[in-house]
Structure formats: structure tokens, C-alpha cells
Design a binder for this molecule. Structure first.
Ligand SMILES: [Zn+2]
Length: 218
């Protein structure tokens, strides 16, 4: 017969140091520098979510422990740039390499280093990309499809609109740099559903509240 047992949740660490020590121990025992959450769950003492609570992300915990990132993904340029745009928006100014750690960044600085050698280069490439001309999608499609048929503005266009509007809502001035809970939307001045074009002169930056207010009126 099975004994009735109290099953305790995984151990609770006393400090961040204990978490790091266990990461290092498991990596050493398994003789690997690349420790995935799955591997750690099988062999570690604590819950993976505890690491995320303490360090923000699993990868940040690995870095703290001096281990290699477990899931090295080759991000596309578009993904790397998208992340720069997000940080830029949250900060309201050109991000520095340090912002990758202090502002929520989905991608670690290592991925930028691998692709662009330095952070300065990454920013330069980003700016060059957003300043470059929109590549007409018509080239790759049937000619009947109009270029302006796209409702969602491209990353390039979104950055240009946000930059022109100083990364703030044009109606009330709210910005994520001043208040982290503010979310900015790119809004069609003349609604897309009424034939408004997805081009810079018909786009504006609105915070979620002002954007909701606008769609309620219409
Ligand atoms: Zn607003």
C-alpha cells in the first residue's frame, strides 16, 4: 500500500546566491555549460519559475551563473530591430547597450554582438534600415494588390511615426518613458476601413486610452 505523503512544493531558496549555486552545481554534475529549463527541472533543486522571479528571465540567471545561454536562436534582422524599437519606445530615447539589461528586452546583448559585432553598429544599422525607402511589396505580388492595402504599418513606418511624435501620445502627451504602464498605438487618422492609407501623413501615435476614446466616438 502506498503511504499517504505530504508532497511539498519544490524547495524555496533563501537567497539568489543559493539559486545560482544550484545552477552551477547541476551544470557541473551534468558536465554541460548549456542548461535548458527542461534539464534543470529534471536535476535541479528549485522551480524554474523561481529563477525567473529572481532574475527576470532564465537566460539572465544563466548569465549570472557564468553559463552559456541554453537556447541560442539566430534572430532575423527584423526581430532584432523590432526589439530595438520596443526598447526605444519604452525609454523614449535611443537605447544604450545597458538598456538591454535594465529595460525589459526580449533579446540578450549577445545576439546583437553575434550579428552586428557591437551595439553601436546595431543601432547604426537600425537607423539606416528605418531611414531607407519602403520596399514596395508590389514587386513580389500580383499587380492588382495595391501597396497601401496593408493595414499594419511596417516596423520602418512605425518607427518613423513614433520618432516624429516623440514617442508620446499626440492627444494627451503620455509616454512609456514617463509611465511604464502606457502602451502606444499607431493610429490611422482617417480610418483604414474608410479608405485611409497606411502612410506617414495618415498615421499618428496614440496611447491606448486615447485610441479607445477615438474608436468609441466613431
Ligand atoms: Zn493619450
Amino acid at each position: 500500500m502506498n503511504k499517504f505523503q505530504y508532497s511539498s512544493p519544490k524547495n524555496t531558496p533563501k537567497s539568489s546566491e543559493e539559486l545560482i549555486e544550484d545552477l552551477q552545481l547541476v551544470a557541473k554534475n551534468l558536465n554541460t555549460e548549456k542548461l535548458s529549463q527542461k534539464l534543470y527541472t529534471e536535476h535541479g533543486k528549485y522551480d524554474c519559475s523561481t529563477f525567473i522571479r529572481h532574475f527576470g528571465t532564465w537566460n539572465k540567471a544563466l548569465l549570472k551563473a557564468g553559463l552559456k545561454l541554453s537556447n541560442i536562436i539566430n534572430y532575423s534582422d527584423e526581430e532584432l530591430f523590432e526589439n530595438i524599437l520596443n526598447i526605444w519606445q519604452k525609454k523614449g530615447a535611443q537605447p544604450t547597450r545597458r538598456d538591454l539589461n535594465t529595460v525589459d528586452s526580449e533579446i540578450s546583448s549577445g545576439s546583437y554582438r553575434r550579428r552586428f559585432i557591437s551595439w553601436t553598429n546595431a543601432i547604426k544599422e537600425f537607423i539606416e534600415y528605418t531611414n531607407s525607402k519602403e520596399i514596395s511589396p508590389i514587386k513580389n505580388r500580383i499587380t492588382q494588390i495595391s501597396v497601401n492595402n496593408n493595414r499594419d504599418p511596417s516596423l520602418r513606418l512605425r518607427f518613423q511615426v513614433l520618432k516624429r511624435d516623440n514617442f508620446s501620445c499626440v492627444k494627451c502627451g503620455a509616454s512609456p518613458a514617463k509611465d511604464q504602464y502606457i502602451v502606444l498605438n499607431i493610429d490611422h487618422i482617417k480610418p483604414w476601413s474608410k479608405g485611409g492609407l497606411t502612410e506617414i501623413s495618415n498615421l499618428q501615435t496614440l496611447c491606448q486610452d486615447c485610441n479607445l476614446g477615438k474608436s468609441n466616438i466613431e
